[in-house]
Ligand binder design. Sequence first.
Ligand code: GTP
Length: 361
Amino acid sequence: MKAVILAGDFATRLRPLSCTRPKILFPIVNKPLLEWTLERLVKNNIREVIMAVNYQTEIAMKQHKVKKYGTHISYSHDPLRKPLGTGGPIKKAEKQIGRDATFLVLNGDIYADANYTEILKLHEEKGAVATIALHKVKDPSRYGVAELTEDNRIKRFIEKPPQKETPTNLINAGVYAFSPEIFEHIPEGRAVSMEREVFPKLADKGMLYGYVHEGLWMDIGKPEDYLEINKILLNSFFTQQKLKVKNGVEIKKPVFFDKVSLEEKSVIGPYTVLGQNVTVGRNVCIQNSVILPNTKISDFASIKGAIVGESVFIGKGAKISEGCILGDHTRIGDKVSLAKGILICPAKEVFESIQENRCII
Ligand code: GTP
């Protein structure tokens, strides 16, 4: 059984963190999103993985030395500067995928605790051309919405309908089973949107089925989503972790870290993840934040509700407020205060406080 992971977009809404890493390599409680997916594939006995990516993403994956969990990974590239959308990459990988068996396609930017085996089973039972995992959400208007019959057939599929016109709140969860026949429904040699061009037509022809996924599901599209998925996993998996810290460091659970250095009188948590080799000085306060590896936080600094990139330096007494995102290798001077929602591009040095909400390029 083969799985294709779609991971070729540029994650513009996650800048400046996505300037230096693709979305699939964003760490979620210190493990890249892609590794969570590969691990889940192996649990479902799927070991052949085709990454449908652009060249930058392939290079980043190799530099990061992604842990493969026993999968065999090959690549299929979009042409340079010509992204193929969500359907074009599937058609382009047709030879790699082969025409002899059903295969799985996953949106790489989604954390979904999906049971791939069950989805494939339903797909085979129904003799479908395509089966989509569907998930119930409060506001379906940001997504593709499906109308499902009692026998799991999707009657109608509408991509991002206006809020008042959403027929149901079952949305496309970005996990698909496809029969080889799908290749006949995807035009060749151009960008294709599965959601706008292919799924609505398959629904009209009665070839599209839906599997309702009840478990955890999160689209990592925006910084708030990224913080939220870290929070959810902290709540569900990591509350029992035993953390060894020096006397005088206060840990407010849930938090997660590994191989960090913490000085006395600092308060870490709640809802905080520290990457490997993060060093935290004395009297520091960090809450509701994710700090990527190798970052140094000096004495008396405070970080609340922020995402701090890799190898960042935060000076003494600096204050980083909610919604701030600091790109990799940025340097924040002593006593600098960043107001809510400030974005700092990678490798920038900031030595004066910033009060209004803006992006420092
Ligand atoms: P919005 O509709 O902008 O909110 O994006 P989305 O989160 O719905 O994702 P989108 O439909 O753009 O992408 C779904 C999946 O396909 C993601 O995992 C993307 O990385 C991937 N993807 C999107 N565009 C391309 C592309 O041009 N090439 C490749 N190879 N993958 C893509």
